[in-house]
Ligand binder design. Sequence first.
Ligand code: NI
Length: 186
Amino acid sequence: MAYSIVAYGDPVLRAQTRELEKDGDIDVKQLSEEMFETMQNASGVGLAAPQIGKSLRMFIVDTTPMEDEKYPDFKKTFINPEILEESGEEWDFEEGCLSIPGIREDVSRYEKLTIRYFDENWKEHIESYEGIAARIIQHEYDHLEGVLFTDYLNGFKKRLLKGKLSSISRGDVKVDYSMRFPKKKK
Ligand code: NI
């Protein structure tokens, strides 16, 4: 089952997220599959649980469409992740977000990171990433902290985008995947 993706302005994108439990009532394998289905429908490369309305510490990444030579088959589920370290130079890259369709802006982030997480089989991993893969992880991890990439923009850019962001919240935006808009008129 695919979900609708929650649009900018929905409080769930800012809500506190909780950790999953190994023997809890959520089937993480099934949820992971449903998140991949949802993300693929929207042609995304990353999706965090708050974006489908669930305040859980979980996200998925699939960079295979980007043909990242460093990580050619990077398709993973991150459960209860913790970024242990970020390092290297900060670099700018244009980011987008399935919850904020039609907006792309440069965001500065550290080049490398080390992350600890559980996969969908509850196997623990500690891995290091750099470049695009690291950036997508940082972007998705931010979602678990209630942070969106537009939060990093300077005041001038934020003011420029204010109207566009309001339009997205109202559903006044062209998008070819299923979304849920917080301020849509019934
Ligand atoms: Ni996003």
